[in-house]
Design a protein around this ligand. Structure first.
Ligand code: COA
Length: 169
């Protein structure tokens, strides 16, 4: 059975990787779908996020990585996939996740959403937290894959250079 694990992945964290690995214990194939929440603004572009996810998950059998802009259920219908995986970090995720699962189900009645509870050591993690700590020069290597540590350094260095350039103009 094939399932889609959708998210913004701005950037992917070890918490996401944990969900992918655990999802593979219950399905044969997981499509990690890098997509967009229209309410969010992103540090990394859709392509950059997809490339980071690909690199972070390279070598894990049964995983494919795709990106998509649009309604999630349209992607699922187009691909004929009826199973969604979502991670649940804490009770605080519950309301938002239920709302999304019910909305998706309304739009695509054959769809089922399976929630996997995040491992406790990752339950506090979020991409925003990672970005904030990295922004102030903190060590995020225990929270994200090595390629993401590098991508964050590079991105933040570039943004800093651009800001300096603007300041000189
Ligand atoms: N470990 C660590 N962090 C985790 C995590 C885990 N296991 N699971 C979730 N998170 C964090 C993410 O890092 C993210 O942190 P941030 O808010 O600081 O960026 C947060 O939890 C939520 O992330 P995500 O699961 O990616 O949800 P999202 O709200 O960014 O995006 C989409 C959800 C993209 C799946 C949703 O908006 C979508 O389906 N978009 C397509 C358009 C659509 O169909 N909309 C209608 C939906 S009903």
């Amino acid at each position: 059975m094939k399932a889609v694990y959708p998210g913004s992945f701005d950037p992917i964290t070890l918490g996401h990787v944990d969900i992918v690995r655990r999802a593979l214990k219950i399905v044969d194939e997981v499509v990690v779908l890098v997509t967009e929440n229209p309410k969010k603004s992103y540090l990394f572009s859709l392509d950059e996020r997809k490339r980071m996810v690909e690199e972070a998950l390279r070598g894990i059998e049964g995983v494919t990585v795709e990106s998509y802009r649009g309604l999630l259920v349209d992607y699922l219908k187009m691909k004929g996939i009826r199973l969604l995986i979502r991670g649940m970090r804490a009770v605080t995720d519950f309301e938002y996740e239920i709302q999304m699962a019910l909305a998706n189900k309304k739009l695509f009645p054959e769809l089922e959403t399976v929630f996997l509870i995040s491992e406790e050591r990752f339950s506090f993690l979020s991409s925003s937290l990672v970005k904030e700590v990295a922004f102030y020069g903190g060590d995020v290597s225990g929270w994200v894959p090595p390629n993401v540590v590098e991508a964050l350094k590079e991105k933040l260095r570039r943004e800093c250079d651009e800001d300096k350039g603007e300041g000189q103009r």
